[in-house]
Design a protein around this ligand. Structure first.
Ligand SMILES: [Zn+2]
Length: 161
């Protein structure tokens, strides 16, 4: 079960960042309704890194926490992928919506769940085992890829802070 990959839990301020980490294939819990103490508790129990913008929480949590310094989404993703050596690539392993596992789905079985045009023009589909959402390498993922390239991977040639 455990593939040895780092697992995260994100604090209330890092919702969008959490979705992107899932897109990169990293199990990342995010629940904005949970108290700081419970987030930290889950991090400890489940062996997750707590990503937080809260200096106090980072201090309390010590070594299981990582204090995210950047303010905006793209800078945060640059910071986190750098720090944890994460490849910022869409992996279709973790559902960005619910953090469930995504696995390949048989095409015939998802026929009624995707638009007809999509069904006819794509061969490979994936389904979230938890929420049932269906994925294919279509326009959404293409746009996400473009975001990654323009916002995250530009860091080598981008020296502004
Ligand atoms: Zn899902």
């Amino acid at each position: 079960m455990d593939d040895g990959k780092i697992k995260f839990i994100a604090d209330v301020m890092l919702g969008r960042t959490a979705r992107w980490l899932r897109l990169f294939g990293y199990d990342t819990i995010y629940n904005p309704d949970v108290e700081d103490f419970d987030i930290l508790f889950t991090a400890l129990i489940e062996g997750r890194i707590l990503l937080t913008r809260d200096v106090q929480l980072a201090r309390t949590g010590g070594s299981v926490t990582y204090l995210v310094r950047a303010n905006n989404l793209w800078k945060q993703l640059q910071e986190i992928t750098n720090h944890f050596s994460i490849l910022p690539e869409i992996s279709l392993q973790i559902c960005p919506v619910c953090n469930g596992k995504i696995s390949p789905a048989e095409k015939v079985k998802i026929q009624d769940s995707v638009p007809r045009y999509t069904y006819l023009t794509h061969q490979k589909f994936w389904r979230c085992e938890k929420c049932g959402k269906i994925y294919w390498k279509g326009s959404h993922l293409q746009l996400a890829r473009e975001d990654i390239i323009s916002h995250i991977l530009k860091r080598d040639s981008d020296n502004e802070n």
